[in-house]
Design a protein around this ligand. Structure first.
Ligand code: ATP
Ligand code: MG
Length: 564
């Protein structure tokens, strides 16, 4: 028996308690084998990430293994592109399945043979009710069902008809194989559920070998059993299916009987966790693709610049419970910020530039200022930032007629240029249309680093880049994809898409030290936000930076929805 304790730092939860008890009692010889069983009909999202962190995390902490299984029993919606993306996403999150990669379709023959066994046990029959009739016969939550007239066929006849189904003798949907359980059960899932249907669909792995396909509930428990899964963890909506899961394994007297355990699925404000709806966003071109940085998909999150560590921390923080809730977006955002603050190098970038000429700095002045990459992490080293007579500052950092409490640059006022010294605005230059084009400022040489006045206090510090030594860049300022916290609950959910979820700004300048950095490099642009270099930079011919997240929650304020 494996007695290795789970990592001390992990908070316990009810699933860990079940596993601890199982190990204490010697159940499953102390082994922990979990699985993550996505249907390859779309890209994985943050909800799946929670399930991945849970299943692979348990396997890791209990020195077990987590299988990755493609639940590919529905051939019409599944594609290799999705399989590849799923494998990529699980690996990116930091998990490994070793050689335990499976497909439910690997078991099609065994599943068929179990169905034959169920027929032989008198526990399954071939039914000819149409889908509509079957709905009628099924009854409701308050009314019992009615038995199908085909329920009492002989075992021989059922065997013959099921073989006919398999051999393509009947049209699609012409017959089904159903379990013979109990049409009076208070649990509708036990009212003779269908376990096989006829469907002449090409399967991406088994081709045209099969024209009958097993239903999820039937395939799932048997796949778990065949793989020797010990703890089959799924979301709460399957709680009512557990009696069926157990019935199938008990009736077949299988040598192994995994325990199904349900937990609450992840819901997050201002987004949606349904592959079907995410597919609609992609197909309706509301976003640029599955990996659009506004999507809650793992590929979107990755492209946005969020790290796998942040996702794992988030999964840990939301925890594992039995109660469905919607997690506040602030929890997600603060987890992302914490991770970026800790790990991102700092850099200077100006998103909407205003030219400043430092009139007392010589025209040919060229200075390389040593700036630390991270204020709290000297081990990250430093870079040289070019400083010249002409610099750009953020348009927002200057106001000709400032409101009260504006601590940045104003006519005749002073502000500190980060890493340089204090400048004073001497003159505002405008074009014929009256728009401000340039500021003429003077730099107080006594306030430069190492000089006697370097500690002189002014209210504001602003960032800048050298006009000569900076790179033109594009910034994509992403915001929440929806304007309401609960789009999934709204019938016309597409009407709640945020029209301002992407602002493209092509006027940016970033410091020259960012030249040629690899895709997905992340920075905190000081005072602006966290940014990540997008893969499209190459084809764009200039750096394209995705805003991962703002430095603070400015959103609630902008929307006028509370938070100061
Ligand atoms: P969707 O509704 O987005 O299509 P799904 O449940 O049909 O999701 P699957 O591919 O079947 O998608 O999911 C694979 C695993 O991920 C399942 O075990 C499922 O329980 C889990 N899962 C899916 N969505 C969530 C979620 N929001 N929170 C936690 N786990 C989830
Ligand atoms: Mg599913």
């Amino acid at each position: 028996m494996n007695t290795q304790a789970p990592e001390q730092s992990k908070p316990s939860n009810f699933i860990r308690q079940i596993i601890d008890e199982d190990r204490a009692s010697g159940k499953n010889q102390g082994r922990v084998v979990t699985r993550f069983p996505p249907e390859p009909n779309g890209y994985l999202h943050l909800g799946h990430a929670k399930s991945i962190c849970l299943n692979f995390g348990l396997a890791r902490d209990y020195a077990g293994i987590c299988h990755l299984r493609m639940d590919d029993t529905n051939p019409t919606k599944e594609e290799q592109e999705y399989v590849d993306s799923i494998m990529n996403d699980v690996r990116w999150l930091g998990f490994e399945w070793k050689d335990k990669f499976f497909h439910a379709s690997d078991y099609f023959l065994q599943l068929h043979d179990f169905a034959v066994e169920l027929i032989k046990l008198g526990k399954a029959y071939v039914c000819e009710l149409t889908a509509e009739q079957m709905r009628d016969y099924r009854g409701t939550l308050t009314q019992p069902g009615k038995e199908s007239p085909y329920r009492s066929r002989s075992i021989e006849e059922n065997l013959k008809l099921f073989a006919g189904m398999r051999n393509g003798e009947f049209p699609d949907n012409g017959k089904t194989l159903r379990l013979k359980i109990d049409m009076n059960s208070s649990n509708i899932n036990l009212r003779d559920p269908v376990i096989y249907r006829i469907r002449r669909a090409h399967h991406q792995r088994t081709g045209d070998t099969w024209c009958i396909y097993p239903m999820y509930d039937y395939a799932h428990c048997l796949s778990d059993m065949l793989e020797g899964i010990t703890h089959s963890i799924c979301t709460l909506e399957f709680e009512d299916h557990r009696p069926l899961y157990d019935w199938i394994l008990d009736t077949l007297k299988t040598p192994c009987h995994p325990q199904q355990i349900e937990f609450a699925r992840l819901n997050l404000e201002f987004t949606m966790m349904s592959k079907r709806r995410l597919l609609e966003l992609v197909e309706g071109k509301h976003v640029e693709g599955w990996d659009d940085p506004r999507m809650p998909t793992i590929s979107g999150i990755r492209r946005r610049g969020i790290t796998p560590e942040a996702i794992r921390n988030f999964a840990e923080r939301v925890g594992v419970t039995k109660k469905n809730t919607t997690i506040e977006i602030e929890l997600f955002e603060s987890t992302v910020r914490e991770d970026l603050d800790e790990n991102c190098a700092r850099a200077m970038a100006v998103i909407k530039p205003l030219k400043v000429v430092l009139t007392n700095v010589p025209e040919n002045h060229e200075e390389w200022i040593d700036c630390a990459w991270h204020p709290k992490k000297p081990e990250m080293g430093s870079r040289k930032v070019g400083f010249t007579r002409e610099v750009y500052i953020e348009q927002d950092d200057f106001m000709e007629v400032p409101p009260k409490g504006f601590h940045r640059l104003v006519p005749g006022g002073e502000v500190r240029l980060r890493h340089v010294g204090i400048i004073k605005c001497e003159e505002v230059i405008k074009n014929s249309a009256g728009q401000i084009t340039t500021l003429h400022c003077s730099l107080d040489p006594e306030t430069r680093t190492g000089m006697s006045g370097s500690n002189r206090k002014v209210k504001g510090t602003i960032h800048w880049v050298s006009a000569k030594h900076s790179l033109a860049a594009v910034a994509r300022l992403y915001d929440r994809l929806f304007t309401v916290p609960n789009p999934a609950d709204i019938d016309d959910w597409k009407a709640t898409l945020n029209p301002k979820s992407l602002e493209l700004v092509d006027t940016c300048f970033v410091e020259s030290s960012l030249k040629g950095v690899p895709t997905l490099s992340r920075y905190q642009f000081e005072r602006v936000g966290y940014f990540c270099l997008d893969a499209s930079s190459q084809s764009a011919g200039q750096p394209v930076f995705n805003r991962v997240i703002t430095l603070r929650d400015t959103w609630a304020k902008a929307q006028g929805t509370g938070a100061p």
